[in-house]
Write a protein that binds this ligand. Structure first.
Ligand code: PEP
Ligand code: MG
Length: 582
């Protein structure tokens, strides 16, 4: 039966595919596609693990003391029966043979299918058998992982390196449906087969959503119960423009969306023709279109769309998901140098690490005890709390500047003392490199304006920095006191709130008055519905994901900044700017 689920539109376009459900706890199990040649090996691995667990349970049964409660014997019987069920084994094999899932993934996929059937059972005794099935599955998984005792009930804690990677023979499009995905999980999927994403939680500018957008495939977040309502292997349509998921669509709906999908592809095709067109408005204003990247490899996409530099390299993605092993100076230097070389002489703005809030370093370090992680030890606060680690990063960035034009960007500053400490550490890093006789280059020093206190202290900031970059994602979050990752307050996350617009407008005006560079690198810069307003407010430098550059350029080519300036002033003075946006 067809039904739809509503969430928040994150990344444009239509995706049609079969659902792959990955419950977040299941991410602890390796998920990857195998080749057809590996099918027998995977089936054999599964068989061996199952046989080992059967033997272990039979031994337990045999050694059971006479006075053991009879429920225990009955439990072992149930577990053995489940393990030896041929139908179950056949269903798991289907995921391996037809979907090319690795054995662990096949087993957990089938577990989810059966768990759902158990949930629907009326008989409470039978319903409770779900827990048995889960325990048996855990045992087999543990055994496949090479666990010493398959009886141990521990869940593996370290995340395997090899996760959802490209399956080379898959011809069924797949969409990923999960309760939640961390930004680090999401970055793993950049090379994956998935044609779309759905998560239950998350706001439009949560970092998970940002990474999904950078992948340029349809995605919906904040879909609340999607991972419970969608079943493994259901056909699903993701409408990334409307923020809707259609489950089990009828042939007519499918045909309609397939048509929309083709229209979207054609529109993108048309946009690629703008790649070499200079971004100049109708009244001759030259606009700088820069790229936001998460990894050095993303520079390829930036160059492909004709970005004239990188306006934001979110360096924290080099630090995340590494179970505490932070990248040292050499590893960072290598990554930054690759980004600089990837841009072939164009400027690269490297932002120092911004972990914390919805970007935990890894799950183990995600300290739930911090009640307000977005207001806690995040970004520059985290860097200044560990000067040795920060100096590693600063030296690596300065060394990369010997290979091309580099701008250094500092996130989340608010206090004069933080500015002083940061500047002192940059000088210290330069002295260290002098002492070690290592080459480094000059950098322009910039600050992000993403806390209202910073936007209200522009004179202080402009005394110390060469340029400012407005992080609208956080500026909105902190101005309106709305957690950007919380879907329950997403309706109040308003880029057009007069207070937000005033802070953005004042920052642009003050920078221009003082002849300093200013850009916007938050999601607002890549939102085509905001392009004209930002131009009207005087913005001439935009930084966004490569996937958004051409659509924004199209808007710029159709704009007249002189006219937009007057309109933008009216919007700034309005109590309800959304009404005037038109
Ligand atoms: C922002 O806050 O707007 C920004 C660009 O930084 P991030 O999204 O990484 O917090
Ligand atoms: Mg930010």
């Amino acid at each position: 039966m067809t039904f739809s689920i509503h969430g928040l539109a994150v990344a444009r376009g239509i995706a049609i595919g079969r659902a792959v459900l990955v419950a977040s706890s299941r991410l602890d199990v390796a998920h990857y596609f195998i080749t057809p040649a590996q099918i027998p090996t995977e089936i054999e691995r599964l068989r061996q693990a199952r046989d080992a667990v059967v033997q272990e349970l039979q031994r337990l049964q045999h050694d059971m003391p006479k006075d053991a409660p009879h429920e225990l014997a009955a439990l072992l019987d149930v577990h053995l029966m489940l393990l030896q069920d041929e139908l179950l084994a056949k269903s798991v094999k289907h995921w391996i043979e037809d979907r090319l899932y690795n054995a662990e993934w096949a087993l957990t996929s089938q577990l989810e299918v059966i768990a759902r059937q158990f949930d629907e059972m009326e008989d409470p005794y039978l319903r409770e058998r779900k827990a048995d099935l889960e325990q048996v599955t855990e045992r087999v998984l543990h055994c496949m992982k090479g666990g010493v005792s398959p009886i141990a009930q521990t869940r593996p804690t370290s995340r395997p390196q090899q996760e959802l990677q490209l399956g080379d023979t898959m011809d069924v499009p797949l969409v990923l449906v999960a309760h939640d995905l961390s930004p680090a999980d999401m970055i793993q999927f950049k090379q994956s087969v998935f044609v779309g994403f759905v998560t239950d939680v998350g706001g439009k500018t949560s970092h998970t959503a940002i990474v999904a957008r950078s992948m340029d495939i349809p995605a919906v977040v904040g879909a609340r119960t999607a991972s419970q309502l969608v079943r493994q292997d259901d056909w699903v349509i993701i409408d990334g423009d409307a923020g809707v998921i259609i489950v089990d669509p009828s042939p007519i709906i499918l045909a309609e969306y397939a048509f929309k999908q083709r229209q979207g592809d054609l529109e993108r095709e048309r946009l690629t023709r703008l790649r070499h067109t200079p971004a100049i408005t109708m009244d001759g204003q030259k606009i700088e279109l820069l790229a936001n990247i998460e990894m050095p490899e993303d520079t390829k996409a930036a160059m492909q769309v004709g970005a004239v530099g990188v306006g934001l390299f979110r360096s924290e993605f080099l630090f995340m998901g590494r179970q505490g092993h932070l990248p040292d100076e050499e590893e960072q230097f290598d990554a930054y140098r690759r980004a600089v070389e990837g841009m072939a002489g164009l400027p690269v703005t490297i932002r120092t690490v911004d972990v914390g809030a919805d970007k935990p370093l890894d799950e183990a370090r995600h300290d739930a005890a911090h009640l307000n992680p977005a207001l806690g030890l995040r970004a520059i606060r985290w860097s200044l709390a560990d000067p040795a680690m920060f100096l590693n990063q600063l030296r690596a960035i300065l060394r990369a500047a010997a290979h091309g034009q580099v701008n250094l960007l500092i996130p989340m500053l608010a206090h004069a003392s933080e500015i002083r400490q940061t500047v002192a550490l940059v000088e210290q890093a330069q002295r260290d490199l002098d002492q070690r006789g290592l080459a480094y280059g000059a950098v322009r020093l910039g600050a992000m304006i993403e806390i209202p206190a910073a936007a209200l202290s522009l004179r202080l900031f402009l005394k110390h920095f060469d340029y400012l970059s407005i992080g609208t994602n956080d500026l909105i979050q902190y101005t309106l006191a709305i957690d950007r990752a919380d879907e329950s307050v997403a309706h109040l996350y308003d880029p057009l709130h007069p207070a937000v617009l005033k802070l953005v407008a004042d920052t642009i005006t003050e920078c221009q008055r003082q002849g300093k560079g200013v850009s916007v690198c938050g999601e607002m810069a890549g939102d085509v519905t905001m392009t004209r307003l930002l131009l009207g407010l005087g913005l001439r430098s935009f930084s966004m994901h490569p996937s958004q550059v051409l659509a924004v350029k199209q808007q710029i080519l159709r704009s007249d900044t002189a006219k937009l300036k007057i309109w933008a002033q009216r919007i700034l003075e309005s109590e309800d700017p959304a009404q005037l946006m038109g």
